[in-house]
Design a protein around this ligand. Structure first.
Ligand code: ATP
Length: 304
């Protein structure tokens, strides 16, 4: 099946800043695709070029088989977007906004159904300037659905939300996928990207530096696994340093953290050592590389 979004060699600069510096990626039908990167990496610029809100300098953009730079109007009928730039008049109500926005589209959803789906029924007739940040965020999502879109674009959808609202929104995004929508989102939140996305592209300085499923990206990390050990009796860190493969022993709270390239061999020796000295384990945890390790490794250049 052809990709839902194809972006090739997208470039956009502002003076000397190359906000998108040859960005290429594809979003497959029915997946949740994340553009993950630090502040200023070029996420918003890229997504706004794809949805037709910014004019790229050069590059090819295809959405649902349509050349987006040649036929932007046709693309707009098929997509929904909740972007950072969504702003509404102070006194417009959610019900009115949904009606007004829906009027731009041939295929439109029923405002009442959207108000209920996005838990806005109680605030349906409240002026926009009286809505909380979370309610405004939900309204932006509801507005993205006014045209029953095939594809949804979300720019930093959970920024500013409390943990409960963020979890609700994650549930809603997962339901979009179950409902057959393709979702592209931008985020600088690693946990959000890992939890929600089928595939992620990491962007830095306007370039995609890696892409793949979260587990594929994690496999790229050069970071060695770390072990956290706390014992009920005192333990000399020198003993840990002498175990095979162990390096970077540091004390952390009630115990020690260290890295090892050979977890099983190191732990086997550790167990012998502790047993011989009659030392009991209070806590033992092994942590493999995380998406955060990969993101830091890949985006560190130019920041140190
Ligand atoms: P954030 O996570 O902080 O929202 P981002 O990854 O979305 O960042 P962009 O907003 O795309 O990054 O910005 C990329 C770069 O382009 C930044 O250096 C930014 O200052 C610059 N930039 C973006 N829009 C403009 C503009 N309209 N005029 C001038 N510079 C811009």
């Amino acid at each position: 099946m052809p990709a839902k979004v194809i972006v090739r060699d997208l470039r956009k600069h502002y003076g000397g800043v190359h906000a998108a510096d040859g960005v290429s990626f594809e979003v497959q039908d029915g997946e949740i695709f994340g553009l993950l990167g630090p502040n200023g990496a070029g996420k918003t610029t890229s997504v706004e070029c794809v949805v037709g809100l910014r004019e790229p300098d050069t590059g090819y953009i295809e959405v649902s088989g349509i050349d987006a730079r040649q036929r932007p109007g046709d693309v707009k009928q098929k997509i929904g977007a909740a972007l950072q730039t969504t702003s509404l008049q102070d006194k417009i109500t959610p019900r009115e906004a949904l009606r007004v926005f829906g009027a731009f589209y041939r295929n439109r959803a029923e405002p009442q159904a959207l108000l209920e789906r996005f838990s806005l029924a109680e605030k349906a007739d409240a002026p926009f300037d009286t809505l909380s940040g979370g309610q405004r965020q939900r309204l932006a999502l509801a507005l993205a659905f006014v045209n029953n879109p095939e594809l949804i674009f979300l720019d930093e959808p959970t920024t500013g939300l409390d943990p409960l609202s963020r979890r609700d929104l994650h549930g809603e995004i997962a339901r979009m996928k179950q409902g057959g929508h393709t979702v592209m989102l931008t985020t600088h939140n690693i946990e959000e990207a890992e939890r929600l996305c089928d595939r992620i592209a990491i962007i830095d300085h306007g370039r995609i530096v890696a892409s793949g499923a979260p587990h594929e990206l994690i496999a790229l990390s050069a970071a060695a696994p770390t072990v956290f050990l706390a014992t009920t009796q005192p333990l000399d860190s020198g003993l840990l340093n002498r175990l095979p493969g162990v390096h970077d022993v540091t004390s952390e709270g009630p115990g020690y953290r260290f890295s090892t390239a050979h977890v099983t061999r190191t732990l086997a020796e550790l167990m012998k050592l502790l047993e011989a000295r009659g030392i009991e384990i209070g806590e033992l945890r092994v942590q493999k590389a995380t998406l955060e390790d990969v993101l830091i490794e890949l985006t560190r250049e130019g920041r140190e």
